[in-house]
Design a protein around this ligand. Structure first.
Ligand code: HEC
Length: 616
């Protein structure tokens, strides 16, 4: 019963927190009256004082973001902001508290491992994460192929139909399970929207430790060796929605270091960092483009970037922005100074080319005109210095702001020609082909897949549209119909889930379409734009309906499916349910499969559960 109340009250909160996806939050943001986003509400109702030099006593938006949701809520209901709070509905007060603190109300203490009934009886010394079977970070390997070889998978195509739920873990007060579980040394490392990070035992789901961050943790965590930290051997690395980056002792959960990846108050870390040879590379995105069409907002100043840190001590080695420094351009019709260029969020986990010592990542759309040439692009940087090596743009002139109404100019902040909103949400896949040639694959929200030659500065090898043509009159995701969070590549093909539903397989050498399988249940629509994961012979993709599908890579036939959109009994006795699955894919390690469920990008299909499957 308690759970039901909690869920109903936080419906609007959920939508505010969800507004962090490159694509999938946006459709909703443009949405119906009464679903004002947290950011838009803060701009119109609070920024007249907060962030205004004329009211120095008012804490800055960045200072408010440091506060817990409970403190912001208290200020608006019983504290110094009661007058302002009285003008809002209860839903709006909760939404503002959640949006500004970037985590749900009630997340402060409830999530601690100490209070869980399933604590592990002991915490034996961790084995070397690089030796045993693992799915470490976003894409399993530095090439982000999302393909787990037979040895690491410990699961064959013939065994997949026999997978059974082994245990479930409920995230206390969680509303969006959008962190992909990392599995190393027989342990699960999991981030949550409540700001808690957990280490669990992969076999039983018992909890080793929890750690509370300052905001929500999306994407995935990365584990690697650290030096010079006493008895600490391995660290776990990740970033949060307020751009804090953390290094924790992977064995105990003790903080080794924490630092910030960006100073812009609306910047976020929404994707996984990648660990490589003692360094962590962190992608930075931003919530600025949602509703930045508001005339009171000095649009726009936030830029995507990638930042390199020393994994042992958090020292910043370099930071490279996707585009140049924003400069004043003109004043809008309300006299507010506008800036450009801005945009180019990095919504994906970078890929590392160990042969060329390069790092690749996809960028989001621009927020200002003219759109920078590095927006909606793959960028290649030198791994050591962060200097740009090349970029390949898949969509020109894509200046997009939420609230500009797709073609209809709503405010003088809006681009004169709003672009199609084609951010690249997927990590580049770096793959060596059987003949020794290499490809970097990237894909657009309109379904186009591009194969680039990393050894020829990103020259185009082939381009194919993996999505079937959109249905006539389609709007929203269905209009674009394509690829958001990315595919998985084995030695022959690449497999992509589609936001119009289903999965496509393309031949790596030529881009030829091998098969396409629709996955919507009769008479319904489904968004399968979540990331694909693969093992030999099987590609997995989940969807907005909560169903996880396993398809044979040979012919695209469905060999197994499991509906996660229901209630679960959990090992930690927390009421939990699955819901929509977006952005993340399953991780398959040592005969087990793990997936979080409940990322409701549109609708109320949210949840808070981590599921672990095995053959027993
Ligand atoms: C008329 C100006 C004004 C407006 C409008 C305003 N604030 Fe404030 N706010 C202030 C001032 C001044 C303070 C510092 C008050 C104090 O220290 O007693 C403050 C303090 C706060 C604090 C800190 C409370 C604490 O615990 O320290 C929060 C949180 C806050 N405001 C949130 C908001 C939100 C959310 C809105 C929009 C709904 C808002 N404010 C609108 C002027 C304003």
């Amino acid at each position: 019963m308690r759970r039901i109340l909690h869920v109903a009250a936080l419906l609007t909160v959920a939508s505010a927190v969800h507004a962090q996806a490159p694509a999938q939050g946006k459709g909703k943001q443009g949405g119906s009256a009464g679903t004002e986003s947290g950011w838009a509400a803060f701009q119109t109702r609070c920024m007249g004082c907060h962030g205004n030099a004329a009211v120095p006593a008012a804490p800055s938006p960045e200072q408010i973001r440091q506060m817990s949701p409970e403190r912001i809520y208290a200020a608006l209901t019983t504290g110094s902001m009661k007058t302002q709070g009285d003008a809002l509905s209860e839903d709006q007060r909760r939404m503002l508290a959640t949006f500004m603190s970037a985590r749900p109300l009630g997340s402060l203490n409830e999530g601690a491992a100490q209070s869980m009934p399933n604590r592990c009886p002991s915490n034996p010394a961790m084995t070397d994460p690089s030796s045993g079977p693992s799915w470490n970070g976003w894409g399993v390997d530095t090439g982000n192929t999302r393909f787990q070889p037979a040895k690491g998978a410990g699961l064959t195509a013939a065994q997949v139909p026999n997978l059974k739920l082994k245990w479930a873990f409920g995230v206390p007060t969680g509303l969006s399970q959008y962190n992909q579980p990392t599995i190393v040394s027989g342990r699960v490392f999991l981030g949550t929207d409540t700001g808690y990070v957990y280490s669990l035992d992969a076999k039983t789901g018992c909890v080793y430790w929890s750690f509370q961050t300052k905001a929500a943790v999306r994407g995935a965590l990365s584990v690697g060796a650290v030096k010079g930290k006493g008895s600490t051997k391995y660290g776990v690395f990740f970033g949060d929605f307020r751009t804090f980056v953390y290094g924790l002792d992977a064995q105990t959960g003790q903080q080794l270091w924490s630092t910030k990846a960006d100073d812009h108050f609306i910047a976020r870390i929404t994707a996984a960092p990648i660990f490589h040879e003692g360094k962590v590379y962190v992608p930075v995105s931003s919530s600025e483009e949602f509703q930045a069409g508001n005339l009171d907002y000095p649009c726009c100043t936030s830029r995507g970037s990638v930042v390199a840190f020393d994994a042992s001590n958090g020292e910043r080695l370099w930071k490279t922005y996707v585009m140049d420094d924003p400069k004043p351009v003109r004043k809008n019709s309300k006299g507010v100074q506008l800036y450009a260029p801005a945009g180019g969020s990095v919504w994906n986990s970078p890929t590392i080319d160990t042969k060329l010592n390069a790092i690749y990542f996809g960028t989001g759309d621009a927020e200002t005109e003219p759109a920078a040439k590095t927006s909606d692009a793959v960028m290649a940087l030198d791994l050591k210095t962060g200097k740009e090596l090349w970029h390949y743009q898949i969509q020109e002139n894509d200046a997009f702001l939420g609230g500009c109404g797709g073609g209809v100019n709503k405010s003088d902040n809006c681009p004169t020609m709003p672009g199609p909103d084609l951010d690249i949400g997927n990590s580049p896949i770096l793959k060596t082909l059987p003949d020794g040639k290499r490809v970097v694959l990237t894909a657009g929200k309109d379904g186009r897949v591009f194969a680039l030659d990393p050894d020829k500065k990103g020259a185009l090898l082939w381009m194919t549209n993996a999505a079937p043509p959109p249905p006539p009159g389609a709007t929203g995701f269905a209009r674009l119909g394509g690829i958001v969070w990315g595919g998985a590549a084995d030695d022959r093909n690449v497999y992509y889930g589609l936001s119009s539903g289903g999965m496509s397989a393309l031949k790596l050498t030529t881009g030829e379409k091998i098969w396409y399988t629709p996955l919507a249940k009769e008479g319904t629509r489904v968004n399968n734009a979540a990331a694909v994961s693969a093992i030999p012979g099987v590609a997995f993709v989940a969807g907005s309906d909560g169903v996880l599908h396993a398809l044979s890579t040979a012919d695209g036939k469905v060999i197994w499916e499991y509906n996660t959109a229901r209630d679960f009994d959990t090992v930690n006795k927390v009421p939990a349910k699955g819901g929509a699955i977006n952005s993340i894919g399953p991780t398959i390690v040592n005969g087990m499969l793990f997936i979080g469920s409940g990322y409701a990008v549109s609708g109320s299909n949210f949840g808070n559960v981590l599921l672990a499957f095995s053959l027993e």
